[in-house]
Structures are given as structure tokens and as C-alpha cells.
Design a protein around this ligand. Structure first.
Ligand code: AMP
Ligand code: MG
Length: 406
């Protein structure tokens, strides 16, 4: 087999983008399941909200004109002609000199144009004394003042938040068209691997990548489909890929992506594909033995087996495209921090350092977590990643760095 032909991370991203189909698919979803989903088309209000003019206070519906000049010293007396019940259209029409008792949220009767709050009146039998003047529109919210029928509730491309779901429900909208969640197939390879729950013999390794990748995919809002642990054999991997490929929009195979005798991912992808494997090694650390190719329409990644490398390469080379397929525009959340020490890095390679971020004397300090990419605890201890660009030979103590937070 030929040795790695490295490309830079930038070239790798360009190759992926040039080959992957980023057209978004849409589907009808129930609004109640809409949190974090991206709306595919503008959603219009089919009715006014509120659907009727309502009181925002407990009090009396009146004509504002009847209260002009009213004060503590000179109250105006009005006739009470009835009462509004919650959820019921009042069957009366209010005229000058009249008042109707109304609860908060009650429907304003015809003829009324304001509400005077209960605290500013005194009632005696079927009369009410109003001790304040109110202006037209006081203490009411008009039909359609929240949103009018035909107006846009949420626009295409909007990612639904709890308040959006509330507004859609308030408008009686039960279904919307959203971008589909891609399905992401996840295969772990390695004769040494065992699944969670199995008993460990010496020299075996518990599968980490299936679970961290599953969670990474879920975190993005996509759908993981686990293909399990596959032994290091051409035949077994081919069969696993054949089985999973028709079900998914992305396929991730971790382990076996390097050039060892037991590493069969490259060979399998080469044989299954109609073209040569498109990416065969990236100048990045951790994550050098990363493969990418297309099997017909399906983007397939051979990701490194080391648990840290697989997460770093997923975030850099897979996650952005899963997000794009779902219409999610998510800039990574970053903080600026002061780097704690001098550290060297090979030029010609992009390094990702795991760091902790801590506040010291009002400064944020980013401190590298030491340890190889085979050590998952370096990720557990870390708060984020700092990128050392290809052109740099390291970082210096005190320099400002951008930390991509997990
Ligand atoms: P490989 O990329 O297959 O050469 O694997 C590199 C290292 O990562 C080896 O020590 C493997 O045992 C380990 N490894 C590979 N896949 C996994 C996995 N799914 N979970 C935990 N460790 C793994
Ligand atoms: Mg292996």
C-alpha cells in the first residue's frame, strides 16, 4: 500500500466540500418536537394572536370617554350591566355610562374601549364609582397585536427555541417543515475491542469511540446509527459498510485508518469506491491517519482509533457538514485566554492542544493538558482546544490564544 499522501487541513476541507452533497432535505415535524430544529420555510400566522381583544387587568370594561375628569375627589359613577366570563364571548353591548365587570384575559365586550382596574373603583350594588380617568386602549391588548394573520412567525433558517414553540402553539400551528436530521453510521474496528457491558480480558480494550461519537452526533442534533464493533478483516468491514451504507447520510469508521498490516479501512474504501480514496492522511495532530472518500453519494470517513484523535477529527472534518445538512449555523463557542507556557510544535502540521481554562487574577489562563491522544482522560480534564496553526513552531507563554470550548 502506498504511504500517506498528506494534505493540509484546509485542503482536506476543500476536498470534502467539493464532493459532499450539502443539499438539505426537509420533513414535516410536529411542533411539540421542534426544539433546536431548523425551519425550512417561513411559517405564517394563520390567525390573529390574540384572537380577540382582551383585558390585561381585573376590573371594569368601560368607555374611556366616561372617565374624563374623574379623580379621587370627583369620581364618575357608571351602571354595571353585567359580567364577562373567562373563555366566553360576552353577549351584551356596552353604551356610554355603563360598565361591565371583566377578569384578566376576559374578552372585551362590544362598545368598550378600555378597562379600569379594580383597585381604582368602588362598587355598590349595581353601580361602580371610578376614581381615575383612563385613556382609550388602557389595560387591554387588542386582537392581533401580538401577531396578525399572514405575518411571519419564524423565518426559514431559524433554529427553534422554547419561545418559538410557544408562539407556534399559541397560533394553533401543529406541524412545520424542518430540515431533516442526517443519520450518521458509526462503526468501531479492532479485534481488541469489546462493547460496554462485556467482561474485559487482559489485552482487550473497551470501546470508547462508539460512545463518544454517538454522543457527538446527538449533541449536534443528528441521529446516530451504531454499526457495532467490527473485526480487522477486509470481509467483515466490507459487509458492515454494505449493511450500514443504505441507511445513513454519513458513515464514520474509527480505527484501522493507518498503514499497519491490520489496518483495513483504506483497502476496503479503495475497493468499494469507484474512485481512489480522496483523502489519505491530514497534517494535523492528533488525527493524522484520517481518510475520506465518497461511496456513490455517501461520504465515508476513516477516523483514527485513538479516542482523542477521533473526537478532534470529528469536530473539524465531520461536524461542520452535519450542521450544514441540518441548516444549523453554529460558530464554535470560543474564549480568549492567556497561554500559560512555551510549547513547541512541528511546522507544517496543525496542532490541537487540549487545554484547561481557569480564571486567575481576573485573567483567563489556558493551560495545556499533557498526554498522548490515546488518553481519553486528557479530553475529560480539558475545557477546550487551542489550535496551533500550520505555520507556527509553537506558542509562547503569555500569548493570547482562542480556546474552542467543548
Ligand atoms: P488503530 O487506529 O486501529 O490503529 O487504533 C489506535 C489505538 O486506538 C489502538 O490502541 C486501539 O486499541 C485504540 N482504539 C481503536 N479503536 C478504539 C475504540 N473504538 N475505543 C477505544 N480505543 C480504540
Ligand atoms: Mg485497530
Amino acid at each position: 500500500m502506498e504511504f500517506f499522501e498528506f494534505v493540509t487541513p484546509k485542503e482536506a476541507l476543500q476536498t470534502i466540500e467539493a464532493n459532499i452533497d450539502l443539499k438539505k432535505k426537509t420533513e414535516k415535524i410536529n411542533v411539540t418536537k421542534g426544539l433546536d430544529r431548523v425551519v425550512a420555510f417561513d411559517v405564517l400566522a394563520a390567525e390573529d394572536l390574540p384572537a380577540f381583544t382582551k383585558s390585561t387587568m381585573d376590573g371594569y370594561a368601560i368607555q374611556a370617554g366616561d372617565t374624563f375628569g374623574a379623580s379621587e375627589q370627583t369620581p364618575q359613577t357608571l351602571d354595571i350591566i353585567g359580567e364577562v366570563e373567562m373563555g366566553v364571548r360576552p353577549n351584551l353591548e356596552l353604551k356610554a355610562g355603563q360598565a361591565v365587570e371583566i377578569p384578566t384575559g376576559g374578552m372585551l365586550p362590544d362598545g368598550a374601549d378600555a378597562v379600569v382596574m379594580i383597585e381604582r373603583v368602588e362598587t355598590k350594588a349595581d353601580e361602580v364609582k371610578v376614581y381615575t380617568s383612563v385613556s382609550p386602549g388602557a389595560n387591554i391588548v387588542r386582537k392581533g397585536s401580538d401577531i396578525l394573520q399572514g405575518e411571519v412567525v419564524v423565518s426559514a433558517g431559524h433554529c427553534l427555541r422554547p419561545q418559538d414553540i410557544g408562539a407556534l402553539a399559541g397560533l394553533g400551528i401543529t406541524e412545520i417543515e424542518a430540515y431533516k436530521k442526517p443519520k450518521v453510521g458509526i462503526i468501531s474496528t479492532g479485534n481488541e475491542l469489546i462493547s460496554l457491558g462485556e467482561e474485559l480480558n487482559p489485552s482487550q480494550t473497551r470501546d470508547i469511540n462508539t460512545y463518544s461519537l454517538t454522543s457527538l452526533v446527538e449533541e449536534l442534533g443528528a441521529i446516530p446509527i451504531q454499526g457495532g464493533i467490527i473485526e480487522d478483516s477486509n470481509k467483515a468491514l466490507k459487509q458492515a459498510v454494505d449493511e450500514l451504507a443504505p441507511q445513513v447520510d454519513f458513515l464514520l469508521i474509527s480505527g484501522g485508518s493507518s498503514v499497519g498490516a491490520r489496518d483495513v479501512t483504506y483497502e476496503v474504501l479503495e475497493e468499494l469506491g469507484t474512485e481512489d480514496v480522496l483523502i489519505h492522511g491530514i497534517a494535523i495532530k492528533p488525527g493524522k491517519p484520517t481518510l475520506f472518500t465518497m461511496l456513490d453519494e455517501l461520504p465515508v470517513y476513516g477516523l483514527p482509533g485513538h479516542p482523542v484523535s477521533v473526537m478532534v477529527t470529528f469536530n473539524k472534518f465531520v461536524a461542520p457538514y452535519i450542521n450544514q445538512k441540518m441548516g444549523v449555523i453554529k460558530p464554535p463557542s470560543t474564549v480568549k485566554a492567556e497561554f500559560s507556557q512555551n510549547i513547541s510544535s512541528d511546522p507544517g502540521r496543525e496542532d490541537y492542544l487540549r487545554v484547561t481554562v481557569e480564571k486567575e487574577n481576573n485573567n483567563l489562563i489556558a493551560r495545556p493538558v499533557r498526554g498522548e491522544s490515546s488518553l481519553i482522560m486528557t479530553m475529560v480534564e480539558a475545557d477546550g482546544l487551542v489550535r496551533v496553526p500550520l505555520s507556527r513552531e509553537g506558542l509562547t507563554a503569555g500569548e493570547e490564544v482562542k480556546v474552542e470550548l467543548f
